[in-house]
Each structure stands twice: as C-alpha cells, then as structure tokens.
Design a protein around this ligand. Structure first.
Ligand code: GDP
Ligand code: MG
Length: 175
C-alpha cells in the first residue's frame, strides 16, 4: 500500500509568528484534520509529519511548531536548521501580529538558507467582521518581500490544505 512507498524527499518547514495566531491549530488541521478552541489542550510537540504525493514523488513534509518559544529571539537556530520552507503566521484580527512579521522575517532570514520558500499567512479569516489587517497591506508586504500570501482559517479549514500544498510544491520545484 501507499504507506510502503519509498520517501523521495523530506522537506522541513517551520511555522513562526506571535503566540495565539493559530500556528498549532493550522498544523493540527493539516496533519490530522483536527481543530481545538482550547489551545491549552495542545501539547507542544516538536513537529508533525504528513506524507503527500506531488508530481508522482512521495514527499514527507516535516512541519515544525514553536512550543511556546514565540518571544522575540527565543526561537533557537536549531529550529531553523535545515528548513527549506517557512510559514509566517499572523492573526488577521490582531494588527500587532502582522506588524511583527517584519522582525520574524528578519530573524528567519538571519538563520535560514538563502533559497528558503516563505509563505505569509493571515489566519482566522472566519472572523472577517473583526478584520484588523486589510488584505492589500499583506499583499503589498508579501510582494515587496517576495513571499507567497494567503488568508486561512484553521477553524473552518479554509485554504489550509492549499497553503501547505502551495509551499511544498514550490519547494519541490526548486529542489
Ligand atoms: P499558536 O500559539 O500560534 O500556536 O496558536 P493556537 O493554534 O494555539 O491558537 C490560539 C487560539 O486561536 C486558540 O484558541 C485557537 O482555537 C484559536 N484559533 C486558531 N486558529 C483559528 C482560526 O482559524 N479561527 C478562529 N476563530 N480561531 C482560531
Ligand atoms: Mg502553538
């Protein structure tokens, strides 16, 4: 069966961004199709894996989650080591979490490989009436910094699969 297929590639992707933006729930949704409103229920694990087929190649995505290391400069270089992709997550209802993307990006670029593929995510798009970050602001930032950009909802499953597939397909394309 599929579980016996040989793995062609292992791609490490790191999740970064402020606390409470939804990183852990995005990963739970992608890796296990689960969601929890109670973030305390999620125990900090180092990473989750999910195997997918892209272009008839078997790719194991190893997605790393910060287990409460979101304070500035608290994420260690071991976290970034070997990463070929990064997902920068902000909460589209919290302006500050978007403003902090500048320093998360700076920290990422200081640690990661030059050709790392980066995706900017505005999460919690199910809370549209509380929007604090106009889509144009994020699009402009993403364009200037050469990032992919999407809005997602881990709660409603919006764009979660698409987001991970997009970044993994691009990583595959350049490796
Ligand atoms: P992390 O600190 O970035 O890992 O954030 P968590 O994944 O723990 O999520 C923080 C809180 O936001 C939790 O209460 C989640 O249930 C909630 N949350 C995460 N994603 C979404 C989403 O897409 N929509 C809504 N409405 N809440 C979310
Ligand atoms: Mg978390």
């Amino acid at each position: 069966g599929d579980y016996n297929r040989k793995i062609d590639y292992v791609f490490k992707v790191v999740l970064i961004g402020d606390s409470a933006v939804g990183k852990t729930q995005l990963l739970a949704r992608f890796s296990r199709n689960e969601f929890s409103m109670d973030s305390k229920a999620t125990i900090g694990v180092e990473f989750q894996t999910k195997t997918l087929i892209i272009d008839n190649k078997t790719i194991k995505a190893q997605i790393w989650d910060t287990a409460g290391q979101e304070r500035y400069r608290a994420v260690t270089s071991a976290y970034y080591r070997g990463a070929v992709g990064a997902i920068l997550v902000y909460d589209m209802t919290k302006r500050q979490s978007f403003d902090h993307m500048v320093r998360w990006l700076e920290e990422l670029r200081g640690h990661a490989d030059q050709n790392i593929v980066i995706m900017l995510i505005g999460n919690k798009c199910d809370l549209g009436s509380l929007r604090a970050v106009p889509m144009e602001d994020a699009e402009e930032f993403a364009q200037r910094e050469n990032l992919f950009f999407m809005e997602t909802s881990a709660l409603e499953s919006t764009n979660v699969e698409t987001c991970f597939l997009t970044i993994l397909t691009e990583i595959y394309r350049i490796h």
